[in-house]
Design a protein around this ligand. Structure first.
Ligand code: SAH
Ligand code: SF4
Length: 360
């Protein structure tokens, strides 16, 4: 007889976890309050192993260990920036490596998490894109970045994580099978408010529509980078499959679904997408879907000799947007001293902090 694969506790939505545990304990003639005990250990006390669940009898802990899996990534590397930004490199069970970043400010602690190992989208300005796609993460692997980071933050007196952004490695809307449960688990299991969670995408239209349909008010960030379809195509290959007009229609649906906030991310690359003529066109798009605009200086990557736009140009660009009634923020970069290997994780997280601050 072959054994059924142990069930991954961290990938289950809270309702599913309760149902599975009820079934498990009923089969062992255990009282039903055992389920509540385990659920509390998982979501509130962030237990990383069955042995920690000391209010359960040892025989029950053993039975749980053979029926369920509770696996956590191991900390491969951690780097702390002078400005307080903390980057983790996590090693998953099969050896795949993913990054997450903690960004403290005076009032917030934002966590940036990865949704895939690598990314298949091939955006030309993005280090992860150049690295190619390795594999999808499971919901549990997405959620475990939060669990492990929260424990790290608590142990190092950084306080509680207040916001989560899906802006690490990967395109979350190209991994919707894991994204949707991960959102539910963070929101309903770990009690992170939907409006404190932002999903960032390059424009995967079916995924945007699915998020529009969800009842929760998760936030959406569109990595726009150009209001011009032809120029955008050179930066983001997905533009060929889902051109801007189609993406904008999907964003309109998202905006009209009510109570949902959209941010445009605009990475400013010198001489590539920072012409002042583009600003009014960007403003029109932002007004159409009530988007907040973040302007982020490009982070140089090893694969292209592009440079960030001049700060004076970025300020001029921002003024044009403001003049047209668009809410805009110019972002600096955080964690510059620790982020050499990953060309993308720092800027867009700092950017999102401001969007959340303005939007809540
Ligand atoms: N795949 C999703 C989420 C991960 S990328 C997305 O693209 O939206 C998160 C953000 O980092 C995106 O806005 C992306 O455009 C930005 N980014 C990627 N490379 C960058 C770079 N070299 N400099 C600045 N921002 C970058
Ligand atoms: Fe993937 Fe986002 Fe990078 Fe594009 S910008 S390659 S979608 S991670």
């Amino acid at each position: 007889m072959t054994h059924p694969a142990p069930i991954d506790v961290l990938s289950l939505e809270p309702d599913q976890l309760r149902a599975r545990l009820d079934e498990h304990f009923a089969g062992r003639s255990q009282p039903s309050y055992r389920t509540g005990q385990v659920v509390k250990w998982v979501y509130e006390r962030l237990a990383s192993g069955w042995d920690e669940m000391t209010d359960l009898p040892a025989t029950e802990r053993e039975a749980l260990a053979s029926a369920f899996r509770l696996s956590e990534p191991t900390e491969e590397r951690v780097a702390v920036s002078k400005d307080g930004t903390v980057k983790h490199l996590w090693r998953l069970e099969d050896g795949a490596l993913v990054e997450s970043v903690l960004i403290p400010t005076r009032t917030r602690l934002t966590l940036c998490i990865s949704s895939q190992a690598g990314c298949a989208m091939g955006c030309t300005f993005c280090a992860t894109g150049w690295g190619g796609f390795e594999r999808q993460l499971t919901a549990g692997e997405i959620v475990s970045q939060y669990r492990a980071s929260r424990r790290w933050a608590e142990a190092h007196d950084l306080g509680a994580i207040t916001n989560i952004v899906y802006m690490g490695m990967g395109e979350p809307l190209a991994n919707r099978k894991a994204l949707h449960p991960s959102l539910t688990i963070l929101n309903r299991g770990y009690d992170v408010g939907a409006r404190r969670i932002t999903v960032s995408t390059v424009g995967v239209v079916p995924g945007i529509l699915e998020l529009a349909d969800r009842p929760e008010q998760f936030r959406l960030a569109l990595s726009l980078h150009s209001p011009d379809s032809e120029l955008r195509r050179e930066l983001i290959p997905l533009e060929k499959r889902h051109p801007l007009p189609e993406v904008l229609d999907a964003l309109e649906a998202f905006d009209q679904a009510g109570g949902k906030r959209i941010t445009f991310e605009y990475t400013m690359i010198r001489g590539v997408n920072d012409a002042l003529e583009l600003a009014p066109r960007l403003a029109d798009l932002a007004m159409r879907v009530n988007a907040f605009v973040n302007l982020i200086p490009f982070n140089p990557i090893p694969y292209r000799d592009w440079r960030p736009s001049d700060p004076v140009r970025i300020a001029a660009f921002a003024r044009i947007l403001e003049g047209r009634g668009v809410s805009v923020a110019v972002r600096g970069t955080r964690g510059r001293d620790i982020d050499a290997a990953c060309g993308q994780l720092r800027a867009h997280v700092a950017e999102q902090l401001g969007a959340a601050a303005k939007g809540s």
